[in-house]
Design a protein around this ligand. Structure first.
Ligand SMILES: *Cc1c(COP(=O)(O)O)cnc(C)c1O
Length: 379
């Protein structure tokens, strides 16, 4: 193996973000330690209130990670054996493993060719009398097409749980994601647009009773210590993570604006490169660019070329869920999900993070253009 080249452009740079807010982060962590407020307590309550305000939804229940937020929401929404829940075929597996764990059956829907999000026509096509809910994912930071999804949900009495793990502050027709469904789940995994320094997650909802049931389930089935109404789980946001998130939250709007500038700049730098498909934004949707995903017929060769130039890329996600061993028992074939199948071999996520420099973006664009020149016949 040849030695790995020095990294010219990392995929993400969490340390750069830390350096920009170091004093505030260090002080916040020191304060949690000074007061020993590790579990529950004022830092967690404050972050829940602040996050609810920023997303404009009244109730926020924090928890240990984004995967738990999906699970907790579905347990509180309530599913019974045999119930079916619709989810996109191409997303991170948290979205669907939690459907199974909550006790329902996952029913995959193919994705939209341009936005990578769940195709509402597929949602309509996959409805059965046993369908109880749908989990749209605002993948890569672009909102799913919520109007037709909410319309179907209303007509068929389904609940809607929005997976907002990649879409903090994204808007659809001027309205924030997370505000459409019965509940919305968020991840604060370090690399997410709002990231903790460890695992963290939250669920938001307009429904006070649902919020109470979610909080109860996440806290061993009791809101008040010792008073267990049901059996629950232990899924807590800890004080250190809450304090870190409270320092970062006021920066989220600025970081999001920066991601939008970066996406626009990539659009200019990469325009017209033969064989490269740039991400498409549907009308009236304002993505937050958690990922900047291009497509290329020779994706693996392109990724290897970029790696040889010290540019890190990621594939989100290399195998669509129905084709994974975990779902082999569904017996799906590639023809069942042609769009997700087409995407999985073509998608490539380029470096994007608020601190990326114009120089770094130019290095990425030049290397992609160089690849196109080296392989003109490869389209
Ligand atoms: C990150 C992510 C999750 C899960 O979040 P964790 O905090 O890693 O558990 C769920 N859904 C999607 C789409 C994600 O990207």
């Amino acid at each position: 193996m040849s030695p790995s080249p020095t990294v010219a452009v990392p995929f993400a740079d969490l340390h750069a973000q830390y350096l920009g807010i170091r004093d505030a982060i260090d002080a916040a962590i020191a304060e949690v330690i000074r007061t020993s407020a590790f579990i529950r307590g004022p830092f967690v309550t404050r972050f829940e209130e602040q996050f609810a305000e920023v997303v404009g939804i009244p109730h926020c229940v924090s928890c240990a990670n984004g995967t738990d937020s999906l699970y907790i929401a579905m347990r509180a929404l309530g599913v019974n054996p045999g119930d079916e829940v619709l989810a996109p075929a191409h997303t991170w597996i948290s979205t669907t493993e939690t459907i199974t764990q909550a006790g329902a059956k996952v029913v995959f829907c193919d994705t939209d060719p341009d936005t990578f999000t769940i195709d509402p026509a597929q949602v309509a096509a996959k409805l059965t009398p046993r369908t109880v809910g749908v989990v749209p994912v605002h993948l890569y930071g672009q909102p799913a097409d919520m109007d037709p999804i909410m319309d179907l949900a209303r007509r068929h009495g389904l609940w809607v749980l929005e997976d907002c793990a990649q879409a903090h502050l994204a808007t659809y027709k001027g309205r924030q994601v997370g505000s459409f469904g019965n509940a919305a789940s968020y991840s604060f995994y370090p690399g997410k647009n709002l990231g903790a320094m460890g695992d963290a997650g939250a669920i938001v909802t307009h429904d006070a009773d649902l919020a109470r049931r979610m909080a109860m389930f996440a806290r061993h089935g009791g809101i008040t210590k010792g008073d267990h109404q049901i059996e629950g789980i232990n899924s807590r946001l800890d004080g250190l993570q809450a304090a870190v998130l409270s320092v970062k939250l006021p920066h989220l709007a600025g970081w999001t604006a920066r991601r939008r500038e970066i996406a626009a700049e990539y659009g200019r730098l990469l325009a017209g490169i033969p064989g490269l498909t740039l991400p498409q934004v549907a009308t009236a949707r304002e993505p937050v660019w958690h990922l900047y995903v291009v497509q290329h017929e020779q994706r693996d060769a392109l990724a290897a070329h970029l790696a040889s130039r010290g540019i890190q890329t990621v594939i989100n996600y290399p195998v669509a869920l129905p084709f994974l061993p975990a779902y082999a028992h569904h017996g799906h074939r590639s023809a069942d999900f042609p769009v997700a199948f087409h995407h999985q071999s073509r998608i490539l996520s380029l470096p994007i993070f608020p601190e990326i420099t114009l120089e770094q973006m130019r290095i990425v664009a030049a290397a992609i253009a160089e690849f196109a020149d080296l392989s003109p016949g490869r389209n």
